[in-house]
Design a protein around this ligand. Sequence first.
Ligand SMILES: Cc1cc2nc3c(=O)[nH]c(=O)nc-3n(C[C@H](O)[C@H](O)[C@H](O)COP(=O)(O)OP(=O)(O)OC[C@H]3O[C@@H](n4cnc5c(N)ncnc54)[C@H](O)[C@@H]3O)c2cc1C
Length: 444
Amino acid sequence: MKTILVERDLLGGTCLNRGCVPTKTFLEDTLTIAAIRSARFLKGEMKINFKRIMERKNMVVEGAREGIAAVLNGNGVEVLKGEGQFIGRRTVHVKTPECETQEIVGDKIVIATGSEERYEFGLKVDEQVILSTDAALSLESVPRTLAVAGAGNRGVEFASMFNHLGTQVLLIEKERRILPKEHRWVSGRYRKILLDRQVKVLARTKVVDAVASGGGVTLALESEKGREEVKVDKLILTGHRFPSYDGLNPEAEGLSVSESGIKFGPGMQTQTEGVYIVGDAAGAPYLAHKAIAQGIAAVDHMLGLNPDGRPKFIPNCVYGDPEIGSVGLTDYEAKKAGHEVRTGIFYLVGNGRAGTMGKVEGLIILVSDVGTDSVLGVHIMGPRATESISLGVMAMQHGLTLSQLQKTVLPHMTFSESFFEAALASSGEAIHMLPEIEQDESEE
Ligand SMILES: Cc1cc2nc3c(=O)[nH]c(=O)nc-3n(C[C@H](O)[C@H](O)[C@H](O)COP(=O)(O)OP(=O)(O)OC[C@H]3O[C@@H](n4cnc5c(N)ncnc54)[C@H](O)[C@@H]3O)c2cc1C
């Protein structure tokens, strides 16, 4: 198909410029710092050149942006720089930065305008001391003290990274536990790991106000204990994301917009025939791999290839230290959905590779259905969990049964072999685990 991509800002969107790529580049450097700190065979004092970390991050981002431009160009996609706005059926009016205008009429149109972040309790970023994640990725020096409001994926990632840089971090979550969307055993263990690293964690606590003062920021916190004030150098706000159609005027295409965004049906098609919506603009989950999968589903639909190709299982990943990868249901959710549940749990203390690294706090939980033997969910915490979770996604997407997983040979010494052990643990047959291991994990 002859294809035109309209972009008003930088090629690569949030993921490449302000999300996945810069955060993971930053993360890698902080992990190196943590590894060096914990290497007892190295002597001497380590000096961190934060400016260099930021320079490398910018370089990786710029390189990736050039790569995207080359891929688009090599595949014959025309890129039009400017803001797109619907002005009628299948007609997009594009205003370029030079204020020139152009009209595009497309047989098919894909809306991929992304999402915006909103903060609760009237909190606002000033990008000086009260920061969005965008600004947190462009700091010029390492703050001495930092509060992170919101302990979801991004909050935990930023808390991990700055903790490794030597910042005193306070992580605040209004729900009863950090990482509230993850398995309760995973989030419970994660909290302990952060506390061991001297990260202060406050759950059931709301940041209700933040005021810049004396070069730092004073937060008002509200919890069951009452109200208290805390002063830190910087505050990072991680809010909730919502679909964004800023400047797009979707109503001119006959599309109605609700709080959860523009509705879509099979193949990501909206209520207007030939108009599709993908990625963050299509609502939660706000993840790049979901955006890619929806993009493919939309194009398949346009070509009549796979009329109802909506992605089935979308993994969630937390790229902190340690990592978390999860897909599907927790045992609690599965029971609520009416399944007779079997839970296999394997602790990384029994994994050889984790032992060699001295990173044994993790675990893997495999939830399956007793009747059908099918896998309902996988939850992994530990080194490279965001890689190992791919095994769980494959198993679920292609309907592998627990018995099939138990007969699969996975390489030794890897973290992934814990996946096999968790499958064995589901029927009490894990090899590198004591049969009667005490489960001290809390209930929901
Ligand atoms: C700090 C952070 C870390 C993240 N890390 C990860 C991660 O590790 N893994 C992961 O899977 N996801 C991650 N995400 C989420 C990921 O970035 C998004 O899910 C992904 O970028 C969504 O892609 P998209 O194409 O739907 O939207 P976007 O990437 O936001 O792209 C939308 C684009 O549309 C343009 N646009 C909007 N309106 C118009 C208009 N009217 N005309 C022309 N152009 C317009 C915008 O300029 C933008 O470039 C992260 C997000 C953040 C903020």
